[in-house]
Design a protein around this ligand. Structure first.
Ligand code: AMP
Length: 172
């Protein structure tokens, strides 16, 4: 028998803590990230808790300008696929096109972690399948949630070039 009380009809859905990876390398990438974070904060069912510093990273497996990357920590009452739909709508609104794999992008939003859930569906895998290969995800995530990033994982990506984004930060 479950020891959890049954959810009451009409009771608000419990919020789940989730982490979203943001990246952009076209146009004004820092402005694109600022805009995306503002939009997330104004989306019903999403509460923005914190954002990491802005980072700068060289493109992985691709050419083009450096990326600006960050991670946002949110509390959300949206189900995982509904949250993914929000992220994809924001990418579309930023004018993202996908002419080829790893093409430069005005805005890339990834659902990294959704509570402690493991999700494996055709269009959504959580934890994000490639997050542990990428310093530009692990470094900002570790800044916000070090408990989610084992030291060995950070060490495994230490050869990837990444630094803090200068001269501008979130406030600029
Ligand atoms: P990308 O081009 O790297 O942004 O990949 C986008 C595709 O990855 C979309 O078709 C999504 O359905 C899929 N996808 C699978 N898992 C995730 C995730 N955790 N976050 C974002 N997109 C995901």
């Amino acid at each position: 028998m479950s020891t959890h009380p049954a959810p009451q009809a009409g009771a608000p859905a419990p919020a789940v803590q989730a982490w979203v990876g943001l990246g952009a390398n076209l146009g004004d990438p820092a402005a694109a990230l600022r805009q995306a974070v503002r939009a997330l904060a104004h989306t019903p069912g999403i509460r923005l808790l914190r954002t990491s510093s802005l980072y700068r990273s060289a493109p992985v497996d691709a050419g083009g300008p450096d990326y600006v990357n960050a991670v946002a920590e949110i509390a959300t009452t949206l189900a995982p696929h509904a949250l993914l739909a929000v992220l994809q709508a924001l990418e579309q609104a930023a004018g993202r096109e996908r002419p080829y794999r790893n093409a430069p992008r005005t805005l890339d939003l990834d659902l990294l972690l959704y509570g402690d859930q493991h999700i494996a569906t055709p269009d959504l895998t959580v934890p994000h399948p490639r997050m542990f290969e990428r310093a530009f995800v692990l470094r900002p995530l570790a800044e916000l949630a070090p408990q989610q990033v084992p030291p060995a994982a950070l060490q495994a990506v230490q050869d990837q070039a990444i630094g803090l984004w200068r001269p501008v930060g979130w406030a600029d």
